[in-house]
Design a protein around this ligand. Structure first.
Ligand code: DQA
Length: 162
């Protein structure tokens, strides 16, 4: 986990839920060969370029994810979240996102809407800023680009007001 407190534009938390630690070896025909460490390395490089602080956390446990979201309150500007299977039924994670009021982008490697019916519903989507699904590892990159764009615009708006 890398946290760069000196970076100024903003702070992003990249959260991954159950089984995403197995990326690269888990059902590669669906999820690809890229590992979570590979994805995080790309994200960190891009965040560093943009002067955005980035932090990574993965857990297979719902309560640990809830704790991490709660702890992010006041410290994190955006969350990029692949909740894995919890996406489809965790009201606890939905309530945590809604409760901390941190804009959250839901991401999925696979296109959840063209898979089994039980994956078509996201209980998180209604409390998220948006959802990116089906672009493989690029789903995370696209989410980070959106966050960088928003943080840049917020910083510009703050600068013109000052
Ligand atoms: C996933 C899709 C979920 O349905 C599944 O349970 C996962 C991964 C994705 O990234 O495509 O664990 O979130």
């Amino acid at each position: 986990m890398a946290v760069h407190h000196l970076k100024t534009l903003g702070h992003v938390l990249v959260l991954n839920g159950p089984n995403l630690n197995l990326l690269g070896t888990r059902e590669p025909e669906i999820y690809g060969h890229t590992t979570l460490a590979d994805i995080n390395t790309w994200l960190e490089k891009r965040a560093d370029e943009a002067d955005v602080a980035i932090e990574f956390y993965q857990s297979n446990h719902e309560g640990a994810l809830v704790d991490k979201i709660q702890a992010a309150r006041g410290n994190v500007d955006y969350i990029i979240f692949n909740a894995g299977a919890y996406t489809h039924y965790s009201i606890a994670l939905r309530d945590a996102i809604a409760g901390v009021e941190i804009p959250t982008i839901e991401v999925h490697l696979s296109n959840i809407h063209k898979r089994e019916e039980f994956r078509h519903t996201s209980v998180l989507a209604p409390v998220c800023l948006g959802q990116i699904s089906g672009l493989g590892a690029f789903s995370y990159m696209a989410a980070l680009e959106a966050v960088i764009d928003r943080l840049t615009k917020a910083a510009e708006a703050a600068a013109t007001q000052a």
